[in-house]
Design a protein around this ligand. Structure first.
Ligand code: ZN
Length: 374
């Protein structure tokens, strides 16, 4: 029943695992490319798989507005609709609804909001969020929660977290158990250890197939994020996957894996790819920069992606300066490849008991910075 998680090995607090879903297995630590509106922007689905991704994230909020969850269900579900036969995790819509600010009305039962697409009024409750995710055919469904804002006072964070825990219990009751399909709860409580602990206890009482850490990467900074992981992760059961939502930069992910996180999602590699930014073993590059104009070298000579295998920095610079779509496609591909390479490296290092050495080499390369100009 449900999704199953096998812990294959550990190195310190870091974990090497395998998540089995209705649409295939996911080796962890894993990075999930974000496919907001039924597409990982600027990528063909086969190319996403080619980078090594085994799971992508879909977005309840965007898909319910357009083209609509019932329509996708009638067309055979999101896997078929977007031609992604592997695993899909959907977020609950909570994060996007909360960010609508004046367009939404929050009450204890749920949220009423106007579509930013066409102004139509919608109602999202924990039950409806779970139903939409079932219609999409998500292998992993996320609890509907209120993403606590930042910065936030402790009493406001407590109120928000307790509402999310009520909604988590309602979502669990609404979730239809099926083999290979799972429901994850989301730990809230901002940066306050007592609230995080209370949230974990509430979720454990309800019981979930996996546990996500929400409410981080919202501006609190890496130090507070790691401190929150340090106090929260030891409270979670070892035999369930742990997902850090919305993270992050390469160094954030490496530090989180070291602390015991198994799964990530972030728009950063795809969004950066559309704004001329490349993540590399030796830090971040902006290909728009004039220093690349005459450079025949690839972004990273050790990278196996098409941008690095076939194209020079000079060509990528030209594409970006000319506003050519291919520039966004190639840089997105490179960034997703690098993120998957990091995950592969982490998995091998944990399995081999060499994580400390791997992280030292990673930090050393990042600190060296880009190759000097020719
Ligand atoms: Zn590359």
């Amino acid at each position: 029943m449900s999704v199953s998680f096998e812990l294959l090995g550990t190195d310190g607090l870091a974990r090497r695992g395998r998540l089995a879903t209705a649409h295939g297995t996911v080796e962890t630590p894993a990075f999930m490319p974000v496919g907001t509106a039924g597409t990982v922007k600027a990528m063909m689905p086969q190319s996403v798989a080619g980078t090594g991704a085994e799971i992508v994230l879909g977005n309840t909020f965007h898909l319910m507005l357009r083209p609509g969850a019932e329509r996708i269900a009638a067309l055979g579900g999101l896997h078929k609709f977007m031609d992604w036969p592997r695993a899909i995790l959907t977020d609950s819509g909570g994060f996007q609804v909360m960010s609508l600010a004046e367009l939404r009305q929050l009450d204890r039962d749920g949220v009423t909001f106007r579509s930013p697409v066409d102004g139509t009024q919608y109602r999202l409750t924990p039950e409806r969020s779970i139903e939409i995710q079932r219609l999409l055919d998500a292998d992993i469904t996320m609890s509907f929660d209120e993403c606590t804002t930042w910065p936030v006072a402790e009493d406001a964070a407590a109120h928000s977290m307790r509402l999310s825990m009520e909604w988590a219990a309602r979502g669990k009751r609404a979730f239809v158990e099926r083999p290979g399909y799972g429901l994850f709860g989301i730990v809230q409580g901002s940066i306050f250890p007592a609230l995080r602990s209370e949230s974990v206890q509430a979720l454990l009482k309800i019981g979930f197939d996996g546990y996500a850490i929400g409410g981080l990467a919202v501006g609190e900074g890496q130090e507070r994020m790691f401190a929150t992981l340090d106090t929260t992760l030891p409270l979670l059961p070892a035999d369930r996957p742990r997902y850090l939502m919305g993270v992050g930069r390469p160094a954030d992910m490496v530090g989180a894996v070291k602390r015991g996180i198994d799964m990530f999602d972030c728009v950063m590699p795809t969004r950066a790819g559309r704004t001329a930014q490349a993540f590399t073993r030796r830090g971040e590059l902006n290909l728009r920069n004039a220093r690349h104009r005459d450079d025949p070298r690839p972004i990273d000579e050790q990278c196996g992606c098409p941008a690095c295998q076939s194209h020079s920095r000079a060509y990528l610079h030209h594409l970006i300066r000319s506003g050519e779509i291919l520039g966004a496609m190639l840089l997105t591909w490179h960034n997703l490849q690098y993120y998957q390479d990091i995950m592969r490296g982490l998995r091998e290092a944990i399995a081999g008991g060499a994580l400390g050495h791997w992280i030292a080499a990673f930090e050393d390369e990042q600190a060296r910075g880009d190759v000097p100009p020719l």
